[in-house]
Design a binder for this molecule. Structure first.
Ligand code: DQA
Length: 154
């Protein structure tokens, strides 16, 4: 199973940028933790492979979704500021035909009103907000279980 982790603008600054909102972990540390979880979740029949991409540019994020759509089973996407503005990114996600989990480190609903609206939320499989770096790990676990058809309740 392959999942592409797509990170939007300013997330390259994690660790230094507004830690009161985004925590102390760097993007590299978050990705390393995701890699460790992917190993844990891998089985002999199904290796969980992750790829990572970060860009500060809307068009590059769109290019990435287009390029990876046929390569991966799902996306984990934190479009950062573009979440609230980008019709083009929304269109690219729809066009990818792949399920995505939208992640936000901060609780966007407890912040400025312009962050309450996501143009991606209703076209994503689900959203995880406000749980910091843990949100990425939860998104990964949820997607792997979903894609494997794991039933939690009988
Ligand atoms: C963010 C929330 C966005 O509103 C903001 O523009 C970001 C990060 C988050 O992860 O909490 O850059 O996506």
């Amino acid at each position: 199973m392959r999942i592409d982790v797509v990170q939007g603008p300013n997330l390259n600054l994690l660790g230094a940028r507004q830690p009161e909102h985004y925590g102390a972990a760097t993007l590299d540390a978050i990705h390393a933790a995701m890699r460790r979880l992917a190993e844990e979740l891998s089985t002999a029949e199904d290796c969980v492979e992750l790829t990572f991409f970060q860009s500060n540019h809307e068009g590059e994020l769109i290019d990435r979704l287009q390029a990876m759509a046929s390569e991966v089973d799902a996306f984990i996407l934190n479009a950062a500021g573009y979440t609230h503005t980008s019709v083009a990114l929304r269109d690219a996600l729809i066009a990818s035909g792949r399920p995505a989990v939208e992640v936000h480190l901060s609780n966007v609903h407890a912040r400025e009103p312009f962050r309450h609206r996501s143009l991606l939320a209703d076209v994503a499989k689900g959203s995880i907000v406000g749980l910091g770096a843990r949100g990425y790990l939860l998104a990964l676990r949820a997607l792997v279980e979903e894609l494997r058809g794991v039933q939690l309740l009988s």
